[in-house]
Design a protein around this ligand. Structure first.
Ligand SMILES: Cc1cc2nc3c(=O)[nH]c(=O)nc-3n(C[C@H](O)[C@H](O)[C@H](O)COP(=O)(O)O)c2cc1C
Length: 315
């Protein structure tokens, strides 16, 4: 069934509600939403600190669950603006989506420049189909930048990669998230040392993908937003795309969303567009989107939470 086109007025109402959610900070994310003003000074010492990146909420949901009552969440899309970020906590974790088997560029860059003082360090990658080399790659990256990870694991959730998957089918599939989450939670709570091993078969799969796709092996998805997105006639210029983009690489020109600038290919803009008015320019050998009318946001996460986490705008 085709979704009815929403009016500009309704979309602005959604935006208003989203901003209100942001101000109420209902999700407990301690982010600074105005990077042009100085970021809040970091608290001296946190109990459990989780730094996360998210586009459609899977990683934010996991980050929240792992933070629990006494934990603190900080958004990497905001924290990345600190020149010399130093964090002190009993336990520090990173939660992010897996992009082409490795952490997104914004997360890799953050790992390189951040300093962590903690007794226990962990990293969780959320993914949809194949996590392959993520644990090994992340462990190596961290080691090269002075961080010894105690625990790296992955959690399989909805795969939001639109060129390959129909979101309706993904949403219908039971990926046993509660069971995976319970296992990871228990391991972290007991400070287990474990890096999920990567099999030779997984390495081979990954190698084949990179060779076939021709993607860069360090920054496989970092690109320019104008190269991969276009807006359809359904666009009503509500500017949600601009608000959820971690690089603010969208603007509204003549009442329509216009992509231009650095892009993680995180798809926050496409999935969170209230009018489903953003689509992807197919880049061979990638196929065309199987279902342009199906979009995804984790059911436990609101649009306002994504805005709060990623927005580079002033409201
Ligand atoms: C550009 C891109 C690349 C992706 N690459 C992979 C991948 O290599 N393996 C995989 O299983 N899922 C992949 N996914 C799916 C996401 O990792 C997964 O849906 C993740 O949970 C999304 O997290 P988020 O909701 O916090 O943004 C990719 C998604 C995107 C947008």
């Amino acid at each position: 069934m085709k979704d009815p086109k929403i009016s500009r007025r309704d979309a602005l109402k959604i935006m208003g509600a989203a901003c209100a959610t942001t101000l109420l900070a209902g999700c407990g994310v301690a982010t600074a939403s105005e990077p042009e003003t100085p970021l809040e000074p970091l608290q001296k010492k946190y109990k459990r600190l989780i730094l996360f990146f998210t586009a459609t909420g899977n990683s934010l949901y996991i980050a929240r669950e792992l933070a629990g009552e006494g934990g603190t969440l900080l958004s990497i899309a905001q924290e990345t603006h600190r020149e010399n970020p130093v964090y002190e906590a009993d336990e520090i974790g990173i939660v992010c989506p897996i992009f082409c088997f490795i952490p997104p560029t914004i997360v890799q860059e953050f790992i390189k420049k951040a300093t962590f003082h903690a007794q226990y360090l962990f990293c969780i990658g959320t993914y949809g189909a194949n996590s392959t080399i993520f644990p090994e790659y992340t462990q190596k990256l961290c080691k090269e930048h002075g961080k010894e990870m105690n625990y790296i694991n992955t959690i399989r959730m909805v795969d939001n990669y639109l060129p390959y998957y129909d979101m309706n089918q993904q949403k219908a599939e039971d990926k046993h998230i509660p069971e995976q989450l319970a296992e990871v939670k228990a391991a972290i709570n007991s400070r287990t040392n474990f890096i999920r091993p990567v099999s030779e078969q997984e390495k081979g799969f990954c190698e084949g993908y990179y060779r076939h796709s021709g993607r860069d092996r360090v920054n496989p998805t970092f690109t320019r937003s104008e190269k991969i997105f276009f807006t359809t006639d359904a666009c009503i210029g509500c500017s949600v795309c601009q608000s959820v983009c971690p690089h603010e690489s969208w603007s509204v020109v003549d009442g329509k969303g216009k992509p231009e600038g650095d892009c993680e290919t995180c798809f926050a803009c496409v999935h969170n567009c209230p009018s489903k008015a953003i689509s992807i320019i197919p880049t061979p050998p990638e196929p065309e989107e199987p279902n342009r009318n199906a979009r995804y946001r984790n059911p436990n996460v609101k649009l306002g939470d994504i805005i709060q986490a990623n927005s580079q705008r002033k409201f």
